[in-house]
Design a protein around this ligand. Structure first.
Ligand code: COA
Length: 285
């Protein structure tokens, strides 16, 4: 956890802030003094979260209805924030849309829906707020939440992996282009963290959670609090020289799957004794 008051006097805009990871990041920023604006489609969910967090932290959380797929909705949400609190110092593009499906089952509208939320939504929010910040000559930290499979690609979540790869390219590109305006752009690639929104769409039968957990070198899924701490750090002044970074946050999952010999974790001590003897016998041959 950062020192208390790390975000006092700062405004944060968090898409998808009403639930899951977004709610966790809002809670962390708010507890560190930020005035937060949470934006998503469902105003009733947002209002409940805003009330819950404000009561806990004593810092105001505002609920702003916004469909990130609609540029006019994004513009209205940003205007609302500016009229209440001014421009933000922190922008977290967290809103996502995803579900597992064999790609041959997807309609064009299914593809469009996911890429509109993930890639276009991130771009609309970033452009809308970025242009205002540049005009006002005000610096800020942008953070996007992606996934390790944005880098590798992954079957069965193809629209999501394609759109998240675009989000990473957007973040890295703007880190280079808009750094001169005092704007930083970073990415957290989140591995499996159990939230209702994600797991109901990515593991609806509950069958894969154990498989995922077994595969993780850390032996457990990540927690919302852990990603919220990292996000707070990256968006804070303590990270003012970090820009253009893509930080993998997955309990070692990516390297564990990738490493050619990592399945050898399953070999028992007895089996190692036998294999070691066999290898030693080959000496000089
Ligand atoms: N398999 C295949 N196609 C699916 C699908 C599934 N499980 N779920 C939705 N679709 C298709 C729909 O059939 C529709 O296409 P069509 O018009 O050609 O029939 C298209 O996707 C859009 O679905 P719809 O339900 O109308 O969109 P929506 O805007 O109401 O909801 C989703 C968007 C589908 C992304 C929904 O899951 C959602 O709201 N998610 C937000 C949160 C989230 O996904 N979090 C997970 C983060 S990991």
């Amino acid at each position: 956890m950062l020192p208390p008051n790390s975000f006092v006097g700062k405004v944060a805009f968090i898409t998808g802030g009403g639930t899951g990871l977004g709610k966790g990041m809002t809670s962390a920023l708010s507890s560190l003094g930020a005035q937060c604006f949470i934006a998503s489609r469902k105003l009733d969910v947002l209002k409940e979260t805003a009330e819950e967090i404000s009561t806990k932290t004593g810092n105001k959380v505002h609920a702003v209805q916004c469909d990130v797929r609609e540029p006019s909705s994004v513009e209205a949400a940003v205007k609302q924030m500016i009229s209440i609190a001014g421009l933000p110092s922190v922008v977290i593009n967290n809103a996502a849309g995803n579900f597992i499906s064999p790609t041959e089952r997807l309609s064009p509208n299914a593809w469009k829906t996911i890429t509109d939320i993930v890639l276009n939504g991130t771009a609309y929010v970033t452009l809308e707020i970025g242009k205002e910040l540049i005009k006002a000559k005000k610096g800020a930290a942008f953070l996007s939440i992606t996934t390790p499979y944005a880098e590798t690609g992954s079957g069965f979540v193809v629209p999501s992996s394609s759109a998240k790869a675009g989000v990473e390219a957007l973040s890295k590109s703007l880190s280079a282009e808009w750094g001169r305006y005092g704007l930083r752009f970073n990415v957290i690639q989140s591995g499996p963290i159990k939230t209702k929104g994600a797991f109901s769409r990515l593991d609806p039968s509950g069958k894969f959670e154990n498989i995922m957990t077994d595969r993780l070198p850390t032996g457990r899924l990540g927690t919302v609090e852990e990603i919220a701490n990292l996000a707070s750090y990256l968006c804070s002044d303590y990270a003012s020289w970090i820009s253009g970074a893509v930080i993998r946050f997955d309990g070692g999952n990516y390297v564990s799957i990738a490493g050619e010999f990592n399945e050898l974790r399953k070999v028992t001590k007895e089996e190692w004794n036998v294999m070691e003897a066999m290898i030693r016998k080959t000496k000089g041959s």
